[in-house]
Design a protein around this ligand. Structure first.
Ligand code: NAI
Length: 501
C-alpha cells in the first residue's frame, strides 16, 4: 500500500508528532507537518534538526544526511495541504471530540484511499472512527516516547478497521525499522495495560513497609535486570501522567482490582510532587539533596559449604557461583532447597516466609528473590521468616556476598520484589492474550520495545516455569485475599496442559 514515494502527513508537532515526522523523513518520505498553534510546525521541524545536529557533533550522523532528512519535512499552515498524503498520522491533544473533528475534515480533503492513523494512547480507535464516513481507513499507530528511539509501534484495529489497512501500517512500521505488533482496540492496548503491575506492585511493597523505595528500585534493577525501578521511573514519567493512565485503565475495566491505583501515588499527585519535573516525587531532586541508598547488608563471613537438596530449577546457576567463590557445594536428594549452616533457603513461592517456615518445619527459613540472571545479578533480596535466628540470616548473607552479590534484607512480603513483579506482569500478558487483544509474541515484543523490559514477561515466566508462576499468584491471592491476584484462565490452561507458553 505504501512505498517511499508515499507522502506522509503528521498533525500535531509536539513531542510525539515531531518525533514521528523525523522517523518518516528518515525512511525517505516527504513529510507534511501541521499544527494548529501558529509557528509550532516550524518549531517542531527545527527541534528535529537541533536534535540531529547533536548526533552530527558526536560523529553519529553526517551533516548532509541531516540536511536531507530535515529538508523532507515541510511545515504547512493549512489542513488543505494534506490532500496529497497517502497516510496522515495524528498526534494532537488527547481528546475524542477534537480527534474526530480533525479526521472528519481530513476525509473531505484527502482521497478515499488515504489511511488515517491516530497516535492516541488511551482513546478507543473504534470510538474515534464512529463519526467517520470511512472508519475502515482509520487505524491506531501508537508510537512510544521518544518516537525516533523506541522500537515499538502498536498497530491498533478498531471494530471497523480494515485488516488490510492494519497490515499495511504494520509493514510500513517494519520498513521504518520499528517493531510493530497488532492489537485490538482495548483500554491500554498492550503496553499501558500489561505494565500496570510493574508500578503497582512496587508501590504496594513500599506501602506495606516491605522495603524502602531505594531498595526496591535497586533490587528491580540489579536483580531484575530492568533499567529503572518503579519509583525512579514514575518520577521520570511524572506522577500526574502515570496516575492518570492507571486511573483511566482502572475505570475502563470497570474497576477491576488488577488495575487498582495506588494511594501513595495519589498523595504525591495531591501534593504536587510530580517527580523530576517538579523537583520532587518519591525522591528529592532539589540541589544538594542526597539520593537515598539501597539498604545493603554489612559484610558477613563466607561459609565453608552449602548443600543443594534437589533441583533448584531457575536458581540452579547459584551452585556454580558458590563453587567458583570457594564454597563447597554438596548435592543431596530433596525438593529444591539450599542449606547453609542453620539456614534453609528457598526461592520465594509467593507465601510469607513466616508461613512457609511454620508449615515446612524449617524454623530458619529465608526466601530469596528471583533474578533475571543469577550469574549477572549484582544484588539479591532475602526475606527471612519472623522466627529465623540472626545467626542463620548472617550465614545466608555471607553465602551470597561470597558470590559477589550485594544483599538486601527485606521484610517478609509475599512474593518478594522481582518474583512478584514478574508473576503479575506475565499474568496480565496472559490475560491480554486470553481476551484476544494480541498474541503472546506481541506481548513480549511490546514490553521490550515499548518500555525496555529486559525480557518479554511471557517468555521469562516460561523459563521460570509457569507452574511456579501460577503457584506464586495463588499464594499471593491467599495471602492478600484479593481478587487482584487471580490467575488468568490462559495461565491455568497452559499449566494444566504442561505447556511452556
Ligand atoms: P504535545 O502537547 O507535546 O503536542 C500536541 C500538539 O498538537 C501541540 O503542538 C498542539 O498545538 C497540537 N494540537 C492540538 N490540537 C490540535 C488540532 N486540533 N489540530 C492540530 N494540532 C493540534 O502532545 P504529545 O505528548 O505529543 O501527545 C500527542 C498525542 O500522542 C496524544 O494523543 C497523546 O496521548 C499521544 N501519545 C503521547 C505519548 C507521550 O509520551 N507524550 C506517547 C504516545 C502517545
Amino acid at each position: 500500500m505504501f512505498d517511499t514515494q508515499s507522502v506522509i502527513g503528521v498533525i500535531g508537532a509536539g513531542t510525539m508528532g515531531a518525533g514521528i515526522a523525523q522517523v518518516a523523513a528518515k525512511a525517505g518520505h516527504q513529510v507534511l507537518l501541521f499544527d494548529a498553534a501558529e509557528g509550532a510546525a516550524e518549531r517542531g521541524r527545527d527541534g528535529v534538526a537541533k536534535g540531529l545536529q547533536k548526533l552530527v557533533a558526536r560523529g553519529k550522523m553526517q551533516a548532509e544526511e541531516v540536511d536531507a532528512l530535515v529538508g523532507r519535512i515541510t511545515p504547512i499552515t493549512s489542513l488543505q495541504e494534506m490532500a496529497s498524503a497517502a497516510l496522515v498520522i495524528e498526534a494532537i491533544v488527547e481528546r475524542l471530540d477534537v480527534k474526530q473533528s480533525v479526521f472528519g475534515q481530513l476525509e473531505e480533503i484527502c482521497s478515499d484511499s488515504t489511511v488515517l492513523a491516530t497516535n492516541t494512547s488511551s482513546i478507543s480507535v473504534t470510538a474515534i472512527g464512529s463519526t467517520l464516513k470511512r472508519p475502515q481507513n482509520l487505524v491506531g499507530m501508537h508510537f512510544f516516547n521518544p518516537a525516533p528511539i523506541m522500537k515499538l509501534v502498536e498497530v491498533i484495529s478498531g471494530l471497523d478497521t480494515d485488516p488490510n489497512v492494519a497490515d499495511a501500517i504494520y509493514a510500513l512500521s517494519a520498513s521504518w525499522g520499528k517493531k510493530p505488533v497488532h492489537a485490538k482496540s482495548t483500554p491500554g492496548f498492550i503496553v499501558n495495560r500489561v505494565a500496570r503491575p510493574f508500578y503497582a506492585e512496587g508501590f504496594r511493597i513500599s506501602q506495606e513497609g516491605g522495603a524502602d523505595n531505594a531498595t526496591i528500585d535497586a533490587v528491580i534493577r540489579e536483580a531484575g535486570g530492568f533499567r529503572m525501578g518503579p519509583f525512579e521511573l514514575t518520577d521520570l514519567i511524572g506522577h500526574d501522567v502515570n496516575y492518570a493512565v492507571t486511573s483511566s485503565v482502572f475505570a475502563a475495566y470497570y474497576n477491576d482490582q488488577r488495575f487498582l491505583p495506588s494511594l501513595i501515588q495519589l498523595e504525591l499527585v495531591n501534593a504536587g510532587h510530580f517527580g523530576r519535573k517538579s523537583g520532587k516525587g518519591f525522591y528529592d531532586y532539589s540541589e544538594g539533596a542526597e539520593k537515598p541508598q539501597p539498604q545493603t547488608a554489612e559484610p558477613a563471613d563466607k561459609p565453608a559449604s552449602v548443600t543443594f537438596e534437589g533441583d533448584l530449577g531457575v536458581a540452579e546457576p547459584l551452585a556454580a557461583l558458590f563453587e567458583d567463590a570457594g564454597v563447597e557445594v554438596i548435592r543431596t536428594e530433596g525438593d529444591g532447597r539450599i542449606r547453609v549452616g542453620d539456614a534453609t533457603l528457598m526461592l520465594t513461592n509467593g507465601q510469607f516466609s513466616t508461613a512457609r517456615a511454620s508449615e515446612s518445619g524449617h524454623r530458619n527459613l529465608i526466601q530469596f528473590d528471583l533474578a533475571l540472571d543469577y550469574t549477572a545479578a549484582t544484588r539479591i533480596a532475602l526475606a527471612p521468616a519472623d522466627q529465623a535466628e540472626d545467626s542463620a540470616i548472617r550465614q545466608t548473607i555471607g553465602l551470597f556476598q561470597a558470590a559477589g552479590k550485594a544483599v538486601s534484607i527485606i521484610d517478609d512480603v509475599p512474593g518478594m520484589i522481582v518474583m512478584r513483579t514478574l508473576a503479575m506482569l506475565a499474568n496480565e500478558g496472559f490475560d491480554a492474550v486470553n481476551q484476544q487483544v494480541c498474541n503472546a509474541e506481541a506481548v513480549d515484543i511490546a514490553m521490550q520495545g515499548g518500555v525496555n523490559y529486559p525480557r518479554g514477561p511471557i517468555s521469562w515466566a516460561s523459563e521460570v516455569g509457569l507452574g511456579r508462576i501460577l503457584n506464586v499468584l495463588r499464594n499471593l491471592g491467599a495471602s492478600y485475599g484479593e481478587d487482584r491476584y487471580r490467575p488468568s484462565p490462559l495461565l491455568l490452561r497452559k499449566v494444566a496442559g504442561g505447556r511452556k507458553a
